[in-house]
Design a protein around this ligand. Sequence first.
Ligand SMILES: Cc1cc2nc3c(=O)[nH]c(=O)nc-3n(C[C@H](O)[C@H](O)[C@H](O)COP(=O)(O)OP(=O)(O)OC[C@H]3O[C@@H](n4cnc5c(N)ncnc54)[C@H](O)[C@@H]3O)c2cc1C
Length: 500
Amino acid sequence: MISKSALAFLRKQSNAQNKVASMTVAHQRNFAGGGPKKPAMPASETDFDVVFVGGMNATALLKFMQHDGVNYKMALITEQSRFILPQSYFAVSHGHIAELKLESGTVSAQVEQWSRYDTFAKVSQFLPNQNKVKLSNGREYTYKALVVNTGFKHTSEHIEGLPEFEKDRGENNVFVHAIDHKERLQRNYYHGWNHNNGDMICYSPKFPYKGEGTDFYALYYEHFLRQDILQGRSARNAKIQFWTPNKEIFKFPYANEVALEECRKRGIDVYFGWEMLSVKTNEHGQKIATFRCTDTGKTIEKDFFSAVINPPSKPHQELLDSGIANGEGVVDVNPYTLQHKRFENIFAFGDCIGVNTTRTESAAIHQTPIVKHNLTQFMEGKELNAIYDGYTFMPFLLGHSYATNFQHYHDYEPHALNHWVPHYGIFARWYFGRMMKSQMQMGEKFSSFKKNHGPPYYNFNPRYLPVEHNDYLQRRGIPVSEVKMFEPKVRVAHDDHHHH
Ligand SMILES: Cc1cc2nc3c(=O)[nH]c(=O)nc-3n(C[C@H](O)[C@H](O)[C@H](O)COP(=O)(O)OP(=O)(O)OC[C@H]3O[C@@H](n4cnc5c(N)ncnc54)[C@H](O)[C@@H]3O)c2cc1C
């Protein structure tokens, strides 16, 4: 962590440096508002240096690269023109944070037109052996390097009958957690409330999935229920249950132990090894979920009063078909450099990668500077020396206004500040508001229209030591041979990049 005074000092230094740089480095002036504007990328261009495919994070990465003055021919393909900030989703859904703070800046406000962007388009075919992508709008682009940030296919359609339940405004007490559109937040306003009797099913799907580590709200709901039972608003038999096909709540063993103990103390029933197949209303008006036991294959029908469901995440077919994703449906990158293990000119980050850490937006944000640096090193034929340490952050919500957190590195090695806030009392109460706000601000800063260098410092870029001297690799005893996978080769003529 960096203290406030140190940050202020570094900012001052960086501003001073920028002033000097702006006298000598032409590109800086373009971004400061002066100097000639770069011409827009002609619509006829189809041969790019770097192609980015993804959403909010790919957009932000391209914006940061533009601000770095990287003069590559770049193109972004993205299905939306603005995005929901994942770190604000929960806080906004229950009114802890104003709805205004929910969305990112638009793609067109973030990315300057000297790069190409195809919004509302997707890559329908990846052809990694030809260095080519085919788009849903009929275009075909070639590239020298490709950045994949495509997450998972995450939709209620993966559970039979669930889309039907989504058609009313939430009165049926069945809620789907997804980070797709701001209208979902309005429908979900009462998620986990109004549980008056019977069972509430909280469901998390099979790993790997979108929201792993951050979708566990059962303890938060239990706090409401306890008060409602005390006040006679809910029946005494009303229960919170957690169902999942996995054999754990968190993959992070430390967090899993803490969460299970808390569930035990607070009477939350935990059912491992049950996959939700369908939901329906029977002839008596009862809501019924069908589950399959992952060990025996046996199916059961289970009645419920409320359900709060994170639907299954599936790999994108186009990634599987192309061989960019492996048999497990994830993009197999080197966990430290985020370079693909088989296609040296592909980098990937965010939920789609197969790395031993918990998939969160905080993790994707921490991966961004690594990809940015290594991508430019790759293009310039230099060593990939930015190392991702696996850092991820998960809020752990304990009640309406109580929270702590979990944080870890690769292979679930706890971070020094992991779980530092005690569960109850003034600290957890204070931390809840502070954490919600700081998480929101992190996403906002990352994805706003303001042009900067991106995380971690925004005003200046981090520098990285040669891999032989990397602290993290040394501490973990990871040999350099695990990091260096391909021989560096210059991909752009020197004139093509930087500082012109
Ligand atoms: C209920 C819930 C709560 C969460 N809460 C938190 C939280 O509090 N904190 C936190 O840090 N994280 C949270 N997360 C996790 C967070 O949402 C993800 O980790 C994050 O969104 C991953 O970002 P990504 O860019 O990798 O993938 P995504 O956000 O899934 O984005 C992928 C993008 O790629 C696009 N795409 C896919 N295929 C193609 C294609 N072929 N062509 C073009 N575009 C394509 C998609 O349209 C999408 O825009 C939560 C998730 C859920 C579900």
